[in-house]
Design a protein around this ligand. Structure first.
Ligand code: PLP
Length: 448
């Protein structure tokens, strides 16, 4: 049904975004190719972006923004990084898909095994979801057990086995007795029953569960920092505690580094928090904007990923285009012993501290949580700290949407949803952050 044009954010010309969405809605359910890219995530319709350079992006109507979303994390080198573009362009001339081993794939595997602490072996695929899905299968095959523990508020991709209880539903009841809810129509009951959901940042509840049920639990899967409900940091010793419990109860420890990998540090959260998970998964910053993911792990598990044992397959897995891009991205990130991370850390910390100052100066009910190069999030809440999914329910998402729209009008792109996360890239400058912070201050004053 045709609707009249309304600006995405009053005063901003977004006519072309609107008309593309009208057309898209006629031929694509929800007018998009991913739930994260359609209404009501973006209200009343998604913006359409046309071009990116460095830390800036332009929408279809020609409005320019400083980008703190970076395609939901991947573009750690900013948009159109020249080294990455040249490597990809050179490969384009040679071919993009042969579906067999290629030289850059071998070089990339060697580099990943050098950089990632637990990587005795690695397999590549295309998306974060494929990587976590395969890691869960490997854990099940290795242990001969079926169930997995996942944490409330964590996201590991859009497939049945993990689409449980993360869909705007507040966890109720005691942690050990919560009922799993499907996030989508079509998730079989049988699959729901393979997932044990626990609150994050509480080791005692994990230990109690393992004591009773470790005989049926194949794996614990966790993000090292929950970055799909803003930025929720682990309590001191929590991640190491999880790792120890996994060893004690013969459960595979899967660290989902799809966001944190090659971002918190060159060696990701494993390096940052000194962890050695049995398996780990990577995607976003690995390809820096190209679709590639990886599963790394201990040889004892990974050497079983061969025909007749653990299945892992895909036509586009490690195609020459994406491995060439990932090789260029990791080479760039590794330059001068990872000096780039100093800049990322500085920019990320400036953004976090600047936003917190803006919150304090305007006496806004809110606070900012973050982790250097990992980025941050501003929460509208009375709480002093968000430690888990339940805490996250105290936050005001309607206010965040208003905040996002007012920032857009000032040329600053934050995501419309508070459960997302603010990312920084190597192309961000101090000036970019100053602009974002002073714009945030103005908007917070207005919203007060
Ligand atoms: C921690 C984490 N794991 C897995 C995924 C799934 O990755 P993809 O969207 O590439 O399938 C995401 C996506 O945002 C994620 O944040």
């Amino acid at each position: 049904m045709a609707r009249d044009y309304v600006s995405y954010a009053e005063g901003l010309n977004t006519k072309k975004s609107w008309s593309l969405y009208e057309r898209a809605s006629k031929v694509m359910p929800g007018g998009a190719s991913s739930h994260g890219q359609c209404y009501p995530v973006f209200d009343p319709y998604p913006l359409t972006f046309e071009k990116g350079r460095g830390s800036h992006i332009w929408d279809a109507d020609g409005n320019e923004y400083i980008d703190f979303i970076l395609s939901m994390g991947p573009c750690i080198l900013g948009h159109c990084h020249p080294t990455l573009m040249k490597a990809a362009a050179d490969q384009l001339k040679k071919g993009t898909a042969f579906a067999v081993l290629n030289e850059n794939e071998v070089k990339l595997a060697e580099l990943v095994c050098k950089i990632v602490p637990n990587a005795e072996m690695v397999r590549f695929s295309n998306s974060g979801a494929e990587a976590t899905m395969s890691a869960i299968r490997f854990a099940r095959a290795y242990t001969g057990k079926t169930k997995i523990i996942k944490f409330e508020g964590a996201y590991h991709g859009a497939y049945d086995q993990v689409m449980v209880g993360f869909g705007g539903v507040q966890p109720v009841g005691p942690a050990m007795a919560r009922v799993n809810t499907p996030v989508s129509w079509g998730v079989p009951e049988e699959v729901l029953s393979t997932v044990i959901q626990l609150p994050w940042n509480d080791l005692s509840v994990v230990e109690k569960t393992l004591k009773r049920r470790s005989h049926e639990i194949a794996a614990i899967i966790t993000e090292p920092v929950l970055m799909n409900i803003g930025t929720v940091l682990p309590e001191e010793g929590y991640l190491n505690g999880l790792q120890e419990l996994c060893h004690k109860y013969d459960v595979v420890f899967i660290l989902d580094e799809v966001i944190s990998g090659f971002r918190l540090a060159l060696g990701g959260a494993q390096e940052y928090f000194n962890l050695r998970p049995d398996l780990a998964t990577y995607a976003k910053a690995l390809g820096a904007g190209f679709p590639i993911s990886a599963i790394t792990g201990k040889r004892e598990i990974m050497e079983n990923v061969v025909p007749g044992k653990m299945m892992h397959s895909g036509t586009y897995n490690a195609n020459p285009l994406v491995v060439t891009a990932a090789l260029a991205s990791l080479t760039e990130l590794s330059r001068n012993n990872g000096a780039i991370y100093k800049h990322l850390n500085k920019i990320g910390t400036m953004l976090m501290e600047g936003l917190q100052d803006a919150v304090d100066e305007t006496k806004t009910k809110g606070m900012v949580q973050g982790i250097g190069s990992g980025g941050c999030q501003l929460y509208f809440t009375d709480r002093k700290k968000i430690s888990n999914y339940k805490d996250f329910f105290s936050t005001d998402s309607t206010k965040y949407m208003k905040f996002h729209k007012q920032l857009l009008k000032r040329g600053v792109y934050f995501h419309p949803q508070q459960y997302e996360h603010l990312f920084v890239c190597t192309a961000h400058t101090e000036k970019d952050v100053d602009t974002a912070v002073s714009s945030a201050r103005e908007v917070l004053k207005q919203l007060a």
